[in-house]
Design a protein around this ligand. Structure first.
Ligand SMILES: [Cu+2]
Length: 154
């Protein structure tokens, strides 16, 4: 570890002690994307990598592109992949949690218009820290070219 890294680590620790609430800089996201929709498609998954410096949880998402957004998980149930809504997605300290097809994802429900490849969909994500304090972050999801829409089961 060089001196610059040591200074950076001390700065992060100081920040943790200085603020009881998670600052916007304490949670980072990367690689946010969603799939382009086909006409008539009303739901779409949105995905991103999220990392928190302190233990936290992703508790809500909203987007102006959809009437509502839910946090979903996907698991095998009797040999069938099923999605279900979850109240939160735990974010262990300094571990990147990936929302991706086949796992945790954001479900955009009642999409207001077609999502076209190349455009960006704004997402507002809400993270709750260990003391219950909520912080919201804005994330831009890149719309990627369509693949066959996933089956949505309740
Ligand atoms: Cu889903």
């Amino acid at each position: 570890m060089n001196n610059l890294q040591k200074v950076a680590n001390v700065a992060v620790i100081a920040l943790l002690f200085a603020s009881s609430a998670l600052g916007a800089e304490s949670v980072t996201t990367a690689n946010a994307w969603t799939r382009a929709t086909v006409p008539g498609q009303s739901v779409a998954g949105a995905y991103f990598d999220i990392t928190s410096v302190a233990p936290a949880a992703l508790v809500a998402v909203e987007s102006p592109a959809a009437k509502k957004a839910e946090l979903h998980t996907m698991s095998m149930d009797g040999g069938v992949m099923k999605m279900r809504a979850v109240q939160k997605i735990e974010l262990p300290a300094q571990q990147t949690v990936s929302l991706k097809p086949g796992g945790y994802h954001v479900m955009l429900i009642d999409i207001k218009r077609e999502l076209k490849a190349g455009e960006r969909v704004p997402l507002k994500i809400v993270v709750q820290d260990g003391r219950g304090v909520k912080t919201s972050l804005n994330v831009e999801a890149e719309v990627r070219a369509a693949a066959p829409p996933a089956q949505h089961m309740k």
